[in-house]
Design a protein around this ligand. Structure first.
Ligand SMILES: *[C@@H]1O[C@H](CO)[C@@H](O)[C@H](O)[C@H]1NC(C)=O
Ligand SMILES: *[C@@H]1O[C@H](CO)[C@@H](O)[C@H](O)[C@H]1NC(C)=O
Ligand SMILES: *[C@@H]1O[C@H](CO)[C@@H](O)[C@H](O)[C@H]1NC(C)=O
Ligand SMILES: *[C@@H]1O[C@H](CO)[C@@H](O)[C@H](O)[C@H]1NC(C)=O
Length: 942
């Protein structure tokens, strides 16, 4: 009875689990990798926290106010206890007020007259040497005289600084700084640099520099206030100003031609009744530095400056529109919180997840490389159970691995895992590992060697990770890169994995930095979140890849016989098969029968008879089976089997002899379903090999030429597995395995529980034979079972085979005549794809061996004498072999008496030296050589 799906699945699963158990080392290595990486990240994070995140410079400053011995029992924190670096992290409920400043060009860049700037009112270049250049305002407008008045009202003539209230008094002057706005929003960097604060005036008295202390909570700085002459220059139009500013802008590396100004004003149609002005300012600070708002801090003063001037023009010099201070908005305490797992996790975890890929791939390729897949199939394992169990098995392994990884990462507190929603992570990893397994199934088709597969697999891992972080991530971050191309790149599963992990990293980084959650389901709607698109891509790819992999596997695993349209063929054939069976018998056979020998013809007739009146005592019936390999690359087509007919009763061992390339292996290949016959039919236990192979598999056993074994499974486990496939259960299974082990002498001394990889050649061979015999198959094929065995092991094996003959048919190919004689009830000699003779060994010897073989070795001079002596003994003797004095003759038995031969040799010894001589009856080997030779000679003739 055929083993059901459940039985097969059970057998395969148990085998896989045992296999997994054997691979403890590899498993530990596999799981250790992510654990080590997680621990590495954790260690880095701890060091980073210590050195950077929790460094005193990266948090608000504190002082200890009450100390108990060495321990501080109360500390006070705040901006007043902080240095400059710490201040930005402090809570600032009431931000400091800063006087509004102008952005002043550095002395060496202030506009001067040069080859490009021909305006005569510009200061001469010599002022740059001692840094005394004035700073320039450019003015224009429709009414020159009105514009001049406005310009004069912009700048004061003197400065009045009250050192005790420096900040307040600066606001009533025109203050400016050449320092660039810093990153801190709470401290105006102009007051914390070595550069002076300028008071811009229309005239400067000599030594008009004062120093005044600046105090901000605990920070005390002495600030130098220096007078700077501001020069108003009139230009006739706004286009002239544009031109001048344009030419003054930095060009290449030649700093000499830089001509910078403070600001430029176009008064347009302003008059005492209306004020209409446009202002040029230098917006050096662009958005991409992230500090756009700070750059603008310096602009308002230039607006206020001109408004104030207009007010004074209308109301007199005492009028004042005071711009007192600028001030940031209040903020809470912040902390530098950088999560490393979110930054480096993307690359590391890509490697961790991808690591499973070569594992699955090599496991699949191993079974293919060792031809174990076909071996399992021959012993009844269907494609369906194989797929389902293998897939489920790899899925469980992958899932366990991912679970270990995520749980371990979460337990040690990596924010990459803890901040993002676990349900999104679950869905993401679930879909990805399924896609990865499907992909491994698909790619396993391309490899036939485990090492190549492993190397390619690992190159893929590292390549994907590196390409991901050094190329793909840049594209993702570049907002101007077309989204469509990113999606195209994400079609490569490695990149979709990378993208998913990248998004997790981004969300957890931001979440930790800002003290909020990582990715939640609602975040999938974010336009910049790529998670949604890759989940869809991976889901679709999973289904598609799995379908393609299954389809290709179906074609490949069934040999090249099934074309790509195999399912259509099945469909077409079914309705006919029942009516076709008897008719299949004799199509186009006669063409190849002309040279058949009587015994072969007789066998053919027996087959015809059996096809008409089926008999259950015949296990195998082969009817005119042919196999032609199509011509390739200009080679002619090859006839491997030319019309073979054979009938084997149960209980018979049939031996197939024949030189290499005679077609024995092709014949067995057809019988076990590896290749399809070109024409003809064969029935095993009444089932057609063309259409009912799956049923046949349950009642045959195969011992292939090479030992197809799992190196890591023991002999007992092999037999248990194949026994289960043959539907043995419980105690019956145990008993069958035990008996089988005993019968092949693998039971004692713990041999049964040693890994098959450690077996000697003979033990492996015996195990292969045991496998082919387990589960009581009705037909067993053994392809050269004793090749490469020492004589003792070979005798052992023969005993097993002889015992196994009962109740089943055995087809055995061999090169050893001794083996054929010892084991086989009938022999067929197979030459060039057809049977030359068939019969039991004794018959064959009698039929083909009616002669003695006489061998004599003399010196080369006496060869002729030996030959004449033989001709005298037996006139129709033939010489079959001659080399430097050794000659072999065939003497027909009816012509010679043995006594005459001895007499002739004795006589010869008197005449010349005989080194050695011998007389032998024909052996099966001679029969074989003779048959093979005559068949080949005939074929050469025809
Ligand atoms: C220019 O402005 C002055 C006042 O400062 C005014 O007297 C004069 O009429 C204006 N000129 C024109 C052409 O509007
Ligand atoms: C504007 O500012 C930048 C940076 O300080 C400077 O390189 C450039 O020359 C300035 N342009 C003008 C016209 O002042
Ligand atoms: C201000 O000047 C611009 C440019 O000359 C002009 O288009 C606009 O009408 C003026 N606005 C007023 C209120 O006069
Ligand atoms: C600069 O930043 C502001 C606010 O952040 C934004 O509205 C504006 O579009 C940005 N400008 C450019 C050119 O990106």
């Amino acid at each position: 009875m055929a083993a059901g799906f459940g039985t097969q699945a059970n057998a395969l699963l148990r085998k896989n689990l045992t296999f997994q158990k054997r691979n403890v080392k590899a498993n530990i290595r596999l799981v250790a990798f992510p654990i080590v990486l997680c621990l590495l990240i954790l260690a880095l994070q701890i060091v980073f926290d210590k050195l950077v995140n929790n460094n005193d410079d990266n948090k608000c400053g504190c002082i200890c106010v009450r100390r108990n011995g060495d321990e501080c029992v109360e500390e006070r924190c705040g901006i007043e206890y902080s240095n400059l670096d710490q201040a930005v992290f402090c809570p600032i409920p009431n931000p400091p007020e800063w006087p509004p400043l102008l952005q002043i060009p550095a002395p060496e860049y202030r506009a001067v007259r040069n080859d490009f700037m021909t305006f005569t009112d510009l200061p001469s270049e010599s002022c740059r040497i001692n840094g005394s250049c004035p700073a320039i305002f450019l003015l224009t407008g429709n009414n020159h005289s009105f514009g001049e008045i406005l310009g004069e009202n912009m700048l004061p003539n003197t400065f009045s600084i009250n050192p005790s209230n420096l900040m307040g008094s600066l606001a009533s002057n025109v203050a400016g700084s050449e320092s660039k706005p810093g990153t801190s929003q709470f401290l105006d960097s102009a007051f914390f640099s070595d550069l002076p604060i300028y008071s811009v005036q229309s005239r400067c008295a000599s030594n008009s520099t004062i120093s005044a202390p600046v105090q901000l909570s605990s920070i005390n700085i002495t600030q130098e206030i220096r007078c700077l002459q501001g020069l108003n220059l009139w230009r006739t139009s706004s286009s002239e100003i544009n031109d001048e500013i344009y030419k003054g802008y930095i060009k290449g590396n030649s700093e000499e031609e830089i001509n910078e100004i403070i600001a430029a004003y176009d008064f347009l149609n302003s008059d005492p009744n209306k004020f209409n002005v446009s202002i040029w300012y230098n917006s050096t600070y662009k958005n991409d530095t992230g500090d756009s708002a700070i750059g603008l801090v310096q602009v308002p003063r230039s607006v206020n400056l001109v408004s104030n001037a207009y007010l004074r023009t209308l109301l007199g010099p005492s009028a004042q529109m005071l711009f007192e201070f600028v001030k940031e908005m209040p903020k809470t305490e912040t902390q530098l919180r950088v999560d490393l797992s979110s930054i480096i996790g993307t690359l590391f975890f890509t490697w961790v997840v991808l690591q499973l890929f070569p594992v699955v791939l090599t496991a699949l390729v191993y079974e293919k490389q060792q031809k174990l897949r076909i071996m399992m199939k021959m012993h009844g394992l269907g494609d369906g159970p194989y797929w389902m169990i293998s897939y489920a098995y790899f899925f469980v392994i992958s899932a366990a691995y991912m679970l270990c990884f995520v749980i371990f990462g979460s337990v040690i507190g990596l924010r990459f895992f803890t901040l993002n929603s676990y349900s999104i992570q679950f869905v993401f990893y679930f879909i990805y590992i399924n896609l990865q397994i499907s992909l491994a199934f698909l790619l396993a088709v391309l490899f036939s060697n485990v090492k190549t597969a492993a190397v390619v697999g690992y190159i893929c891992i590292f390549g994907t990770g590196l390409l991901g972080s050094f190329l793909f991530q840049l594209f993702v971050q570049d907002q101007s890169f077309p989204r469509g191309w990113i999606i195209v790149m994400e079609l490569y599963p490695g990149f979709s994995l990378y993208r998913g992990l990248y998004e997790f990293g981004q969300y957890s980084f931001r979440g930790h930095y800002m003290g909020i959650d990582g990715m939640r389901w609602a975040d999938l709607a974010d336009s910049r979140n790529g998670m949604r698109e890759i989940l869809i891509i991976m889901l679709i790819e999973w289904v598609v890849v799995l379908a393609i992999a299954y389809y290709i596997d179906k074609i490949v695993s069934s040999g090249s016989a099934k074309g790509p349209m195999f399912f259509l063929q099945n469909f077409k054939k079914k309705p006919h098969s029942s009516t076709q069976r008897p008719a299949l018998g004799r199509q186009g056979s006669k063409v190849f029968v002309e040279i058949d020998k009587p015994d072969v013809v007789q066998e053919r007739e027996k087959v015809e008879q059996l096809l008409l009146e089926p008999s259950t005592s015949y296990a195998v019936i082969v009817d005119n089976l042919r196999k032609i390999y199509p011509g390739r690359d200009g080679n002619p087509e090859k006839l491997a089997v030319k019309g073979l007919s054979l009938a084997l009763p149960s209980g018979e061992c049939f031996g197939m002899l024949g030189p290499n390339g005679a077609g024995k292996t092709s014949f067995i290949g057809m019988m076990i379903g590896i290749t399809k016959p070109t024409s003809g039919a064969a029935f095993v236990q009444g089932f057609d090999i063309q259409t009912e192979m799956d049923t046949i598999y349950t009642s045959i056993g195969v011992c292939p030429q090479e030992d197809l074994l799992w190196e890591n499974l023991t002999g007992r486990e092999h037999l248990l597995f194949y026994g289960r496939l043959k539907n043995l259960k419980g105690s019956a299974l145990k008993q069958a395995v035990e008996e089988s082990l005993k019968s092949v002498n693998l039971f004692h001394g713990g041999v049964a529980d040693k890994k098959a990889g450690k077996y000697s050649g003979g033990m492996k061979r015996r195990l292969s034979v045991a496998i082919s015999l387990i589960g009581d198959p009705k037909v067993v094929y053994m392809d050269e079972p004793s090749t490469g065995l020492d004589p003792a092991s070979r005798n052992n094996l023969w005993t097993v085979v002889k015992r196994a003959k009962q109740g089943r048919a055995i087809i055995l190919t061999t090169h050893s005549m001794e083996e054929a004689e010892a084991l086989c009830d009938r022999l067929g000699i197979f030459v060039d794809g057809s049977l030359q003779c068939i019969g039991n060994p004794k018959e064959l010897r009698a039929r083909y061996g009616g002669s003695y073989v006489f061998t004599m070795t003399t010196s080369a001079d006496h060869e002729a004498e030996v030959e004449s002596m033989i001709k005298h003994l037996s006139p129709s003797a033939t010489k079959i072999y001659q080399i430097s004095g050794t000659q072999k003759f065939e003497l027909p038995k009816h012509e010679v008496r043995i006594a005459d031969v001895f007499q002739a040799v004795e006589d010869a010894k008197h005449r010349f030296t005989v080194f050695a001589w011998g007389l032998a009856d024909t052996t099966l080997e001679d029969v074989f050589i003779k048959v093979a030779r005559s068949a080949q000679a005939f074929n050469d003739l025809s």
